[in-house]
Design a protein around this ligand. Structure first.
Ligand SMILES: Cc1cc2nc3c(=O)[nH]c(=O)nc-3n(C[C@H](O)[C@H](O)[C@H](O)COP(=O)(O)OP(=O)(O)OC[C@H]3O[C@@H](n4cnc5c(N)ncnc54)[C@H](O)[C@@H]3O)c2cc1C
Length: 569
């Protein structure tokens, strides 16, 4: 058995930042990641990270834009912390070695992004996430952090509703081990592969959300799933919002800049939900181009494109066979992000420390980054605010977990029982006939169904159909088999485990979405087209009920100084 006071599950930006903070505070900390940490999806972030670092900006303005972007579903106390701490965290990253793009006077440059009133997105060309992640990793290597790379966490161990540890499988050997911990921080990222296509990497499979849910924690606002306006049709690969931030146009088949109609002031830089809906309307009304609209960068010129958007040039060339210097690239809305996640407070705790038990949680379990929902994004996330979320709340949850671990004794743990349980689960999968159902087929069916029913526009009928499909797949899941029955690097087995996580989370998304009978942020219902503050200015919360089905409830939204207003761009 391994033992660390604080165990961080996830080696993306949120996990690294949490580990760094915990280590700084003197905790005995270890980080577990199912892939080599610098391959985490954070590395795919292109556009940038928001922070009010310019002279003409303020954290209050950032907070207001975020509240408005969230369609008033974000918790304003958390949003204030996010925006207030942002500049300090950006300078801290700079001091670690992140080479942000600069203005001529040496200050950090900021580009325009959707839904922001001033240019606020700090960036490193179009590779921001890659640079942040590598710099942070260098710092952790230097500090000698204990890292378990290519270890796959399969279960959280909970005793008496308190975290006792987790079980993990070492992928290269197939060996299963128990990790004892006083506190665990989940930083496992998003749910991408629940949808097909998605902009997210293949490893983004909702593990943390499902592990937390299965352990008794609460998932919040899971219906808030974001489709990004500019993804490529063939495979869902993203073209950064930075392209529009630098001035690219969206055109329909008549060559019109159609956003002028939908968002007269902000046009292409309205927030993502607004732009994705506008594109879908243009395509539906016959002004699309083979199911897409066009993103035109030609007028930006070679110099700007090759210095600030060089990766986009390559992606469009490789995946859409388009030279963006000479022709517009066809794009469409595609799955990108989940605002919802594991309910936490502003220090990453998944349980309610007020003692009022307003939501179900697990003591000692923390969460940060995309898998968490401290509720800074509400119904719709602004571009650039997610990297910021990982940095600010990664740090805060690392601190929270360390303080908590310092305050308690080790919980009892039954290693043998946990190992036996895990081994019998794996054996059951291996015992099934090799020619049975394939996890890849079920993943595909689930992903397509989610994109059919719970995407840019939603209806009761479509969402119910998706829920039925997901439940039907859940029914077939116990017959999924693997062809590879060895223990060494068995990705066939991991794919089955991941599918199990994703099915639980897909079901929660569908149930949450069906029950929000209004339109707010990315949750746009054709049968309830208006926002309904009277009945639905509240968070959807779900925990696993006694019978194993999602049990739904609601929590109030925290307001500080911004009353809901009509949202226009
Ligand atoms: C293509 C793309 C571009 C983006 N661009 C931007 C942008 O420009 N600006 C912005 O703000 N946001 C952007 N985002 C969103 C942002 O990048 C992510 O929300 C954020 O990086 C998530 O970080 P994370 O640390 O929470 O998770 P991740 O970086 O996804 O890391 C998750 C970690 O958890 C580990 N893990 C998962 N499951 C397990 C398990 N069972 N056992 C062990 N380890 C596990 C993985 O190994 C990984 O290390 C973008 C997202 C995508 C997909």
């Amino acid at each position: 058995m391994r033992q660390h006071e604080v165990v961080i599950i996830g080696g993306g930006l949120a996990g690294m930042r949490a580990a760094q903070k915990a280590q700084e505070m003197g905790a005995d900390v270890a980080m577990i990641s199912k892939i080599y940490p610098t391959r985490s999806h954070s590395a795919a972030a292109q556009g940038g990270v928001q922070a009010a670092v310019s002279e003409n900006d303020s954290w209050e303005s950032h907070a207001y834009d975020t509240v408005k972007g969230s369609d008033y579903l974000g918790d304003q106390d958390a949003i204030e912390i996010l925006c207030y701490e942002a500049p300090g965290d950006i300078y801290a990253l700079e001091r670690m070695g992140v080479i942000f793009n600069r203005n001529d006077d040496g200050t950090i440059d900021a580009r325009a992004f959707g839904g922001t009133s001033v240019n606020r997105t700090c960036f490193v060309a179009d590779q921001t996430g890659q640079v942040l992640l590598h710099v942070m990793w260098e710092q952790l290597l230097k500090s000698g952090l204990t890292t378990y790379s290519e270890w796959f966490v399969t279960k959280l161990l909970v005793e008496d509703n308190k975290i006792a540890g987790c079980v993990a499988l070492e992928i290269p050997t197939g060996r299963v081990e128990v990790f004892r911990a006083k506190a665990i921080v989940l930083a496992t990222g998003g749910i991408g592969q629940v949808y097909n296509p998605t902009t997210n990497g293949l490893v983004v499979t909702a593990d943390g959300q499902a592990l937390a849910y299965q352990a008794g924690a609460t998932l919040m606002d899971m219906e808030a799933v974001q489709h990004h306006p500019t993804t490529m049709q063939a495979n869902g690969v993203l073209i950064t919002e930075g392209a529009r931030g630098e001035g690219a146009y969206l055109l329909n088949s008549n060559g019109e800049r159609f956003m002028e109609k939908y968002a007269p002031n902000m046009k292409e830089l309205a927030s993502r939900d607004v732009v994705s809906r506008a594109e879908t309307m243009e395509i539906r009304e016959g002004r699309g181009v083979n199911g897409c609209v066009l993103l035109d960068l030609r007028h930006l010129g070679r110099d700007l494109i090759m210095t600030k958007l060089a990766q986009i040039y390559e992606l469009a060339r490789d995946y859409a066979n388009t030279n963006i210097l000479e022709a517009p690239v066809p794009i469409q809305p595609g799955h990108h992000y989940i605002m919802g996640g594991i309910k936490t407070d502003v220090d990453g705790r998944t349980w309610d420390i007020t003692g009022e038990n307003r939501w179900a949680g697990v003591e000692g379990l923390f969460a940060a980054g995309e898998c968490a929902n401290v509720s800074v994004h509400g119904g719709n996330r602004l571009g650039g605010n997610s990297l910021l979320d990982t940095i600010v709340f990664g740090k805060r949850s690392g601190a929270g977990a360390t303080e908590y671990a310092n305050s308690i004794d080790w919980a009892p743990i039954s290693e043998d029982a946990a190992l036996a349980d895990e081994e019998s689960g794996i054996k059951a999968i291996f015992d099934r006939p090799s020619d049975g159902l394939r996890s890849s087929a079920l993943r595909f069916e689930m992903g397509k169904s989610m994109n059919d029913g719970i995407a840019v526009f939603r209806t009761e009928e479509g969402m119910t159909q998706t829920l039925n499909t997901v439940r039907d797949i859940k029914g077939r899941f116990p017959n999924v088999s693997v062809q590879n029955k060895g223990r060494v690097f068995n990705t066939d087995l991991l794919s089955v485990l991941e599918l199990g996580y994703m099915l639980d989370v897909a079901e929660v998304i569908a149930v949450s979405a069906i029950n929000r009978k209004e339109s707010r942020g990315a949750h746009a219902r054709e049968d309830y087209p208006d926002r309904n503050d009277e009945e639905y200015l509240k968070h959807t919360i779900v925990h696993r009920g006694k019978n194993g089905d999602p049990a739904l409830d609601y929590l109030p939204v925290t307001m500080t100084k911004w009353e809901p207003q009509v949202r226009s761009y």
